[in-house]
Design a protein around this ligand. Structure first.
Ligand SMILES: [Zn+2]
Length: 294
């Protein structure tokens, strides 16, 4: 089953936001939200939290998968609006959140989406950096109570700062782009922006876990049949995409040309559910990763 609509998934898992930028609420005695979408998601997430928690102030933790604008964008807003909310992320992410160039990129990629948004006066969704309260690392166990234990898995390769979260009781895995992103036809698009070999190692590590639910980076939630073989397909698509980039580099030489050809072949078919600018930034990074490791 592929779930596109927000709502309750299990006793412990709630899909909040929308299918483009899903975030996941995990409920035990305490509560955690995985990721926060883009900056404009903030007010909507607050409303969803009200719906599912009664009071958004009952949210204790915001666990971030990585430092990209579409996963951490609303965290400063949530922190401003939920007193006591603690942010959890990797050490590397905690540093990125204070890097002026990274902040500038987050602001720049968010600004296009913010245009035309009507917000109530005084609503501040700006991203000017983010303080991480809890540094998370591989193997950490976050016990929310009532059987909701989340294991932290370090899954670098999409970025250096990627963490994935595994909710044991539901065998649910939340891996953001570290697991690849299915396009509109369900074909998994690889996302090895920082390292091809780390990315593949991370996929293989995640494939060791029993998984019944996958909370995607974009596109919603997969349950049951759709989960079977997902990570194995992701590994295959990753290998195939690398080989394709290699072939194109041999044929066209220039990295820039390879980016143009792939963008023309893939993006313009309209199957990829991502803004063109972030799509191109990611594709350039992957072509560079392959070119530098040939
Ligand atoms: Zn990302």
């Amino acid at each position: 089953m592929w779930i596109y609509q927000s709502g309750k998934i299990t006793e412990r898992i709630y899909f909040l936001g929308n299918m483009a930028f899903p975030v996941y609420l995990i409920k035990g005695r305490r509560t955690a939200l995985i990721d926060s979408g883009v900056t404009i998601c903030g007010p909507f997430i607050l409303k969803d939290l009200e719906k599912y928690l009664g009071n958004p102030r009952d949210l204790n933790l915001n666990l971030l998968t990585h430092s990209h604008f579409d996963h951490c964008g609303s965290s400063p807003f949530l922190k401003r609006n939920i007193p006591g909310l603690k942010i959890g992320a990797s050490e590397v992410a905690s540093q990125v959140f204070f890097n002026p160039r990274a902040i500038e990129l987050i602001q720049s990629l968010s600004s296009g989406l913010e245009k035309g948004m009507e917000l109530p006066p005084g609503t501040d969704i700006s991203f000017k950096g983010l303080e991480v309260d809890t540094i998370l690392k591989d193997g950490d166990l976050i016990d929310l109570g009532k059987g909701a234990k989340i294991k932290v898995i370090s899954t670098p390769g999409h970025t250096r700062c990627c963490l994935s979260y595994y909710l044991k009781k539901d065998q649910a895995l939340f891996f953001s782009e570290a697991g690849g992103v299915p396009d509109a036809e369900g074909k998994i698009q690889p996302q090895f922006l920082s390292s091809y070999s780390d990315y593949l190692t991370s996929l293989r590590r995640m494939a060791q876990y029993p998984i019944k639910i996958i909370g995607l980076a974009h596109g919603g939630i997969l349950i049951g049949k759709e989960v079977e073989g997902y990570l194995e397909s992701s590994i295959k698509e990753t290998r195939d995409f690398k080989e394709r980039i290699k072939r194109y580099l041999d044929r066209h030489g220039e990295m820039k040309e390879v980016v143009e050809v792939i963008a023309r072949e893939d993006y313009q078919k309209g199957k990829i559910m991502q803004g063109e600018r972030p799509y191109r930034i990611n594709l350039e990074a992957m072509v560079k990763v392959v070119a530098e490791n040939r």
